[in-house]
Design a protein around this ligand. Structure first.
Ligand code: MTE
Ligand code: MO
Length: 406
């Protein structure tokens, strides 16, 4: 039998950092031994999440909210979904963190420390809706592979940082610039350092918008590790995959960025509608840009029981990608008739909007409350499932909750 080696000193010290304590008898450990404390980490404690969050995958971590957890106007960390394509970077030293701006269309390649970014450029704060392109995927049939998100892969936190535009202009943008592409510090699941888990981006128009930030704060505090500490791109209203976490390089490209998950079928939908289950050629798939109009009833929790004769107060949020929501309606008769209810203005462009209504039910029994938002271009949410697509993106069907009047 081959003799096994003891754990190396360097491994021991990084394990110690990870668990926050010296491993006193560490020199006795055999190489490859899996410490008990690391075997079954509690994701709720590890990420400070509400116990009612739902873990869809632990390798990599993918965790979603439930509608009623998203009731706050500004989403707290405890209710923010986590979507990872790779492994969360460990042992980040923010003091040594740098961001490099490079690419075919940069005038002068430049590298900034975090301190330089913070001191050199003006700070801005926006509340931004970030929804995963795959939110609602679980309803599609034939089903699409990937995390089976229901309704909880959306959040609207406040982000503070510097404008991507200011940083790109400081490095200089050539006339032939088309797109930016981000690169980040997370690791590919295979462990291969040459592979990137994800490297997406946005066209120059989106990259240069006022609200597109390189953020270093979330809800007024340092960004939690799982959400991109110490530096994250935020591009509200677009699929959240554009909002790269743990950013250390941004390339100004003279072509549409061709990084991991930009090409093929990733974050793309058929350019023309297709029948459910139809095969679509890669060249007939188009990149998702602005997200569609959508809403969520965040109070009460589905399944609420109400005494006959009392009114039900509902509330929630609505958003419409690059646009605003101009009309909010609800139905208690499975979509046969609709009533309009008030919708507030957003805190700023690209933030979700709040609605509320007081509902009276005619008699005892089972009801569903359906919510429907309409955007400023007159486009409304579909009552049931929208266009099937191979990867299960962009399900913006009306949110529905169950109510029993007794
Ligand atoms: N570096 C990096 N950035 C990333 C991802 C990732 O896996 N790695 N996932 C993207 C996707 S698909 C989504 S939906 C959002 C999720 O952001 P959150 O985990 O902060 O909710 O991050 C995006 N940015
Ligand atoms: Mo996503």
């Amino acid at each position: 039998m081959k003799r096994r080696d003891f754990v190396k000193k360097t491994t021991l010290s990084s394990l110690a950092t990870l668990i926050g304590a010296e491993i006193v008898y560490g020199s006795n450990l055999l190489e490859g031994y899996n410490l008990v404390v690391l075997q079954d980490p509690d994701p709720f404690k590890m990420f400070n999440k509400n116990k009612e969050m739902i873990v869809l995958n632990d390798k990599p971590w993918n965790i979603e909210a439930q509608a009623h957890l998203l009731d706050d106007k500004i989403t707290p960390n405890s209710a923010m979904f986590i979507r990872n394509n790779g492994l969360i970077p460990e042992a980040i030293d923010a003091k040594k963190w740098t961001l490099t701006i490079d690419g075919e269309s940069v005038v002068r390649q430049k590298t900034y420390t975090l301190e330089e970014l913070k001191s050199k450029f003006e700070h801005h704060t926006y509340q931004l809706t970030l929804e995963c392109g795959g939110n609602g995927r679980s309803e599609f049939n034939p089903p699409a592979k990937g995390n089976q998100w229901t309704v909880g892969a959306v959040h609207c936190a406040t982000w503070t940082g510097v404008r991507l535009r200011d940083v790109l202009e400081d490095a200089g943008i050539k006339n032939n610039a088309v797109y930016i592409g981000y690169h980040s510090a997370d690791q590919h699941l295979s462990g291969d350092p040459k592979k990137e888990p994800i490297s997406r981006g946005a066209p120059m128009v989106k990259s240069l918008q006022d609200e597109t930030l390189l953020a270093f704060k979330m809800n007024g505090k340092e960004i939690p590790l799982a959400h991109g500490y110490p530096l994250r791109l935020v591009a509200g209203g677009w699929p959240a995959s554009v909002s790269g976490k743990w950013i250390n390089r941004i390339s100004i490209r003279n072509i549409i960025h061709d990084g991991t998950k930009m090409t093929g079928t990733a974050y793309r939908v058929p350019c023309e509608p297709v029948a459910p289950g139809e095969k679509v050629k890669d060249e007939d798939m188009c990149i998702i840009e602005s997200m569609p109009v959508k809403s969520l009833i965040t109070y009460p929790k589905s399944g609420a029981v109400l005494n006959d004769g009392t009114s039900l107060n509902i509330r929630g949020h609505a958003w419409a990608g690059e646009l605003e929501v101009s009309k909010m309606e609800y139905s208690i008769d499975f979509g046969a008739t609709w009533r309009e209810c008030p919708i507030e203005k957003p805190a700023n462009r690209l933030a979700w909007q709040h609605f509320s209504a007081s509902i009276d039910f005619p008699k005892k029994g089972y009801y569903e409350v359906w919510a429907k938002a309409t955007d400023t271009q007159g486009v409304a949410q579909p009552m049931l499932l929208p266009g099937w697509n191979p990867k299960g993106y962009l399900n913006n069907a009306c949110h529905r909750i169950a109510i029993k009047v007794t």
